[in-house]
Design a protein around this ligand. Structure first.
Ligand code: AMP
Ligand code: ZN
Ligand code: FE
Ligand code: FE
Length: 305
């Protein structure tokens, strides 16, 4: 039995591969969005963690992927181009991961540019709301700290800590930034269906990120019927029971299985990279999956007939 087959044993079904088995971390953020590591640092830490494959899934950008691909190649690690898009389905916010994207795809880059513009104006709005409640933060301080095209709430949180308004990032989210708090500003979102279409036309596979965090089980069958390709069953914030639940759901809906740590570097304490281990068997299925809609549909029809 080779190591990839060994990775599909019962123990590994909850993301705990047998010793020596290959595994992947397919959900990582770099400083091209709200992570703190460079793509090269992520690749190096991935190597230390023993990862066989990685994907960079920065919010609304694929900018760091070329560097990460190069760094991974030098270390003998498989790499796939990825991103994480914020989308909306029936007024619920969901996150969609896109994998195997063409990083030069014009419609994808053009939509991402729009999302990035919205992110920037949202920072101004969040800062204005903080100023209204006498927190004298300046947008320039947030942008200087973010230093990327996809600034987000974690950058505002870091600026609040850096300037002494909060003791920790958690405090910043709790007091000001989480949904419903005084400086929370909703993000303009693309519909889930449009996001799936955008990912597909860029040659990618669309995967529901951390469904256990977004409480979106009810929409998975509908989205699967509309082209969703996979479910992120393994995630830092999914319990073993939750992972099993989503593995069952993925099997029932004939969806691919992915997993990743959602590492943001040092922004949330100890780096999480490699903490979630997607067994190689799922990674191989993902790699083998047809990347275009028609091909995928043919596989689904073939499986159900
Ligand atoms: P944004 O895309 O600007 O809405 O920011 C979302 C990011 O903020 C995600 O990557 C989350 O990991 C992070 N985030 C959301 N809620 C919290 C929280 N309560 N504490 C720390 N980070 C959070
Ligand atoms: Zn993030
Ligand atoms: Fe997310
Ligand atoms: Fe993420």
């Amino acid at each position: 039995m080779n190591s990839l087959v060994a990775a599909g044993t019962a123990k590994s079904e909850v993301g705990d591969p047998a010793p020596g088995a290959l595994f992947a971390d397919l959900h990582l953020h770099s400083l091209f969005s709200d992570g703190t590591f460079t793509p090269e640092e992520l690749a190096g830490r991935g190597r230390e963690a023993g990862l066989a494959a990685m994907s960079l899934t920065d919010h609304d950008t694929v900018e760091g992927c070329a560097r990460m691909a190069q760094a991974c190649q030098a270390l003998g690690i498989d790499f796939i181009v990825g991103t994480e898009l914020t989308a909306e389905f029936e007024h619920k916010e969901i996150h969609l991961l896109g994998y195997f994207l063409d990083p030069q795809n014009a419609p994808l880059l053009s939509e991402m540019k729009k999302f990035q513009a919205v992110r920037k104006s949202r920072i101004h709005e969040m800062v204005a709301r903080l100023n209204e409640i006498n927190i004298p933060l300046r947008a320039e301080a947030v942008f200087a700290l973010a230093n990327c095209r996809s600034p987000g709430r974690p950058h505002v949180a870091r600026a609040l800590v850096q300037e002494g308004h909060c003791q920790s990032l958690d405090e910043a989210f709790e007091r000001f930034l989480k949904k419903g708090r005084s400086a929370w500003v909703p993000k303009c979102k693309i519909s889930a269906l449009d996001a799936v279409t955008l990912i597909h036309q860029a040659g990618g596979l669309a995967v529901m990120a951390h469904p256990g965090l977004n409480h979106c089980d009810d929409i998975l069958p509908t989205l699967a019927g509309q082209g969703l390709d996979g479910i992120e069953c393994f995630h830092t914030k999914h319990s073993a029971k939750m992972s099993r639940h989503y593995l069952n759901l993925a099997a029932r809906l004939n969806l691919l299985v992915t997993g990743g740590s959602d590492c943001h570097g040092f922004s949330k304490g100890k780096p999480l990279i490699g903490g979630v281990k997607l067994p190689g068997i799922y990674w191989e299925k993902l790699k083998a999956a047809p990347r275009n809609r028609e091909g995928r549909r043919a596989v689904i029809l073939g499986a159900s007939s």
